[in-house]
Design a protein around this ligand. Sequence first.
Ligand code: NAD
Ligand code: MLT
Length: 315
Amino acid sequence: MAPISIQTVLISESVDPRCKAILEENGIRVTEKPNMKRDELMAEIKDYDGLVVRSATKVNADVISAAHNLKIIGRAGTGVDNVDVDAATKKGIIVMNTPSGNTISAAELTCALLMSLSRNVPQAAMSMKQGNWDRKKFMGAELYGKVLGIVGLGRIGKEVASRMQSFGMRTIGYDPITTPEVTAGWGVEQMSLEQLWPQCDYITVHTPLMPSTVGLLCDETFAKCKKGVKVVNCARGGIIDEAALLRALESRQCGGAGLDVFVEEPPKNRSLVEHPNVISCPHLGASTKEAQARCGEDIALQIVDMVKGKSLVGA
Ligand code: NAD
Ligand code: MLT
């Protein structure tokens, strides 16, 4: 493709220093301004050719209309759900991301939550700090021999499957695009969601957030699950309906939840976070040194490639 002139880039979040370094090595002036409020971002953005974000900056239509020079929005992470891609496209702004840089980190956090749910590790650790020695209260259950349902068999779903198989879990799943033949090659038996819900001891979701995945787990689907099913959402807030999850936890239909993501971040409604059977994290799936280095480096290299007229990547 034809080279595009990018002279200035604004980084509006905490992105690995390699991103700034690579851009600067290629003659691009970089300003880092994390934690701007929306009005500050709208005032600041008008001067820049490029914007680099992670997941916290909401690049909505107002921000895009205030961006008079913007030619590229680079998301140092998976998906582009915090960017109004339609508004950007109408203005001729290219939106790109780094789809695989944090796959392993998000998969590892998912596995950590699954293991914590099975053995109550966070609750037991908290109890120890409070001076207790409560061995009965934190009786767990082995993962060995249990059934893990993986909804969304893309990059992260696949990595979760192979890791949890090493614990002796049987992995079943559903994905409308990845074929059953492909997932059989990594030990995941695919089936319809109707067949999947009642079989699972644990369910983990790894889909994008979009109309067909909002509320995948809801009152109706929780009712089809095994009593006491444990669920993990390390993907996007809203794939598991939060109000339905709370009801399922209260009725014990759901035996526990591991949540890294919320509809509103940070969540103002604390009911789920404070529930004794919920283990939660402040959106840490991609928060490792390795993932941030990969994503920061990848997005910078992609911007440099664009300046040089090389072909683009992203998903
Ligand atoms: P991916 O695109 O590789 O895989 C997503 C899969 O979901 C695809 O195979 C797709 O076919 C499938 N899918 C789409 N609609 C579906 C549906 N209705 N039912 C079942 N499957 C469906 O994405 P990925 O890299 O594996 O990321 C998965 C999710 O994790 C995304 O939402 C991403 O934003 C999120 N994520 C979160 C963190 C974090 O910090 N917690 C980090 C990285 C990624
Ligand atoms: C992602 O989806 O890539 C992560 O949520 C990104 C992040 O934490 O910045």
